[in-house]
Design a protein around this ligand. Structure first.
Ligand SMILES: [Zn+2]
Length: 232
């Protein structure tokens, strides 16, 4: 659903579920489930939103499946700053191509080595997800198919396709803003990057700048619905 526009979606209100966290032990933390300014109506009534984890701080990183939470990894403020770059990519998708605003960057040793934003409709292929485009750029930059140590920042939970590619690339860590309950392949529908049967696992952090990622998506879908509703 993340990459579907309203006309492609089988849902009547496709933007109403961003980032709703499902309680699932041992996984990352939603960072923004208690908005002081109230959740926009588009985000759905509060009663439909599962309760947030109350024993973990926003942006905290957990290794999925671990019995004991490991130490916090990375400085939260650094994650916030880097997510701004992913958000900038997401805005570019909307502003430049009228695409669903999802963006991603990949960082290695403090350097951004890959950037991407959703271009599915522009490029006419379901492969043109933000994460895959950023990954392609990153591996081309390094001249190698694997980027161990890399950190991926993406505004929305990676789908199964992207999570699979990131697994193949052996990225160290994936950080995202909002969950995607319809397509998410990291915690929502599958745990591709934390499955103990796989030969590689990535650390997962969620909820970083989730409000902004969600608001961007909601604004996009609101504008699309308004245009559809406008009489010819
Ligand atoms: Zn994807």
């Amino acid at each position: 659903m993340a990459y579907d526009t309203p006309e492609e979606s089988q849902e009547s209100a496709g933007s109403e579920r961003w980032g709703a966290p499902a309680s699932r032990p041992g996984l990352g933390v939603p960072g923004d489930e208690t908005r002081a300014d109230g959740i926009p109506e588009e985000a759905g009534p509060a009663r439909d939103r599962p309760a947030p984890f109350d024993n973990q701080a926003p942006g905290e990183t957990h290794s999925p499946g671990a019995e004991e939470p490991p130490p916090r990894v990375g400085a939260p403020s650094l994650d916030q700053a880097r997510m701004e770059e992913a958000l900038a990519e997401a805005r570019r998708a909307w502003e430049c191509h009228d695409e669903v605003p999802i963006g991603a960057i990949i960082v290695l040793d403090g350097e951004v080595i890959g950037r991407g934003y959703n271009r599915v409709r522009t490029d006419g292929t379901p492969l043109a997800h933000a994460e895959l485009l950023a990954l392609t750029q990153a591996v081309q930059h390094l001249g190698a198919p694997r980027i161990p140590g890399a950190i991926v920042y993406t505004t929305v939970e990676p789908c199964a396709m992207c999570a699979g590619a990131l697994l193949h690339a052996r990225v160290a860590r994936v950080v995202w803003g909002v969950r995607d309950p319809k397509f998410g392949g990291c915690v929502s529908l599958a745990n591709i990057l934390s499955d103990p049967r796989a030969n590689h696992r990535a650390e997962l952090t969620e909820g970083v700048r989730a409000d902004e990622a969600r608001e961007l998506l909601q604004s996009f879908f609101r504008s699309k619905r308004a245009m559809q509703a406008r009489p010819e």
